[in-house]
Ligand binder design. Structure first.
Ligand SMILES: NC(=O)C1=CN([C@@H]2O[C@H](COP(=O)(O)OP(=O)(O)OC[C@H]3O[C@@H](n4cnc5c(N)ncnc54)[C@H](OP(=O)(O)O)[C@@H]3O)[C@@H](O)[C@H]2O)C=CC1
Ligand SMILES: O=C(CO)COP(=O)(O)O
Length: 338
């Protein structure tokens, strides 16, 4: 563990709370910024965030505040854990508050609506002088809160930042690895959410394990093909932030994206599903942005096209899966084996 330092985590949902608590548990002072004063009071007085992680005890080193300036005062590192659609608004407010040496790390796994901007792009645009990075991996917040071992990948502009974040977060139950491929690590975390929705549909349709294995493999091929086309390192997709996160999100009922897929597979309309969810499932927004970008670049994405047809072109789930699984596999298989 590094010498005690001070960090802020912006966003008091499931993942922000868990990451803040890991850092606090390592002996560092953590300010958790959130917008709900009752919840901030509960965190400060009862050491619990019962809305998002009931029963998970928060460390005494973690203090909540609803005042952004207070949260980031005198911290060396800021982690941002708000949904992608709010990310720019939140980091824009940081511009007037952060000295240029403060490191900003995105925990968010999404794409900004209205373009194909990753969170690190937004950081570069809104906080051009601050060093930045992303943390991504198979990190279901509820499992981490339950004390299960998990691993994650820090990818940033320099090895020194990676080391700093590693030392801040690494523990016996949260293992942190380093990567120089910030783009690939970030893209892996965002793209897998789309394929988790498909996997959830497959679960609702009671696919056999062979079919699940094929769907997962083709998902990996497709997301890797897209990411490599845009400049990511293909090896990144064989690591924790690629296949690792894809596997966990496509197989765990704890995943919100997978849950959306299960409900879709059972015939529930998308609007009803989203209306009932009180947590973010980034894959829905990512799907449309991914399809637009893939079409624009002419990248072969049969699974994305199939999911899009289910959600927005009223094509029956069973027909789409039938097409997806039987017709266009050849190009994917070639990609995987070369
Ligand atoms: N949960 C997980 O297992 C993991 C999640 N992630 C990623 O982390 C990001 C956040 O996810 P997660 O914590 O799970 O989401 P949740 O839905 O659990 O919580 C989202 C949090 O963001 C807050 N928020 C939303 N908009 C704003 C805003 N404009 N200003 C301030 N706060 C805001 C919400 O506040 P309020 O409560 O007031 O609505 C809430 O506290 C997502 O991109 C997700 O993909 C990454 C790894 C694992
Ligand atoms: O990113 C996650 C696990 O790594 C969380 O997935 P969901 O957002 O689908 O819950």
């Amino acid at each position: 563990m590094s010498d005690a330092c001070a960090a802020a985590v912006l966003g008091g949902g499931s993942f922000g709370t868990v990451i803040g608590n890991i850092i606090a548990g390592n002996g560092h002072r953590v300010s958790l910024w959130l917008r709900n004063p009752e919840r901030a009071g509960e965190i400060n007085h009862k050491h619990e965030n019962s809305e998002y992680l009931p029963g998970y005890t928060l460390d005494n080193n973690l203090a909540a505040t609803c005042i952004l300036a207070e949260a980031v005062a005198d911290v060396e590192i800021v982690f941002v854990a708000v949904p992608s659609k709010s990310f720019r608004d939140v980091v824009r407010d940081l511009a007037a508050l952060l000295p240029e040496q403060t490191i900003v790390i995105s925990l968010t796994k999404g794409i900004e609506p209205g373009g194909f901007r990753l969170m690190s792009d937004i950081l570069r645009e809104e906080l051009p002088r601050n060093p930045r990075g992303v943390l991504s991996g198979p990190n279901l917040a509820r499992e981490i809160a339950a004390g299960q071992v998990a691993g994650s990948v820090i990818a940033s502009e320099t090895a020194a930042i990676n080391t700093l974040i590693h030392d801040l977060l690494h523990s016996d139950s949260f293992l942190v690895y380093s990567s120089a491929d910030m783009f690939g690590v970030e893209l892996g975390g965002a793209l897998k959410n789309v394929y988790a929705i498909l996997a959830g549909i497959g679960a609702a349709l009671e696919f056999g394990e062979n079919t699940v294995g094929m769907l997962l493999t083709r998902s990996l091929a497709e997301m890797s093909r897209f990411a490599v086309h845009l400049g990511a390192n293909p090896m990144t997709f064989l690591g924790l932030s690629g296949v690792g996160d894809l596997f966990v999100t496509c197989s765990s009922p704890l995943s919100r994206n997978y849950q959306v897929g299960v409900a879709l597979g059972k015939g529930q309309p998308l609007d009803d599903i989203l209306g009932e969810m009180d947590q973010v499932a980034e894959g829905i927004n990512t799907l449309g942005l991914l399809k637009t970008e893939a079409d624009r670049r002419g990248i072969h994405m049969p699974l994305v096209n199939g999911l899009y047809a289910i959600l927005y072109e009223q094509r029956p789930v069973v027909d789409v899966f039938d097409d997806m699984m039987h017709t266009e596999e050849q190009q994917d298989v070639e990609f995987v084996t070369h």
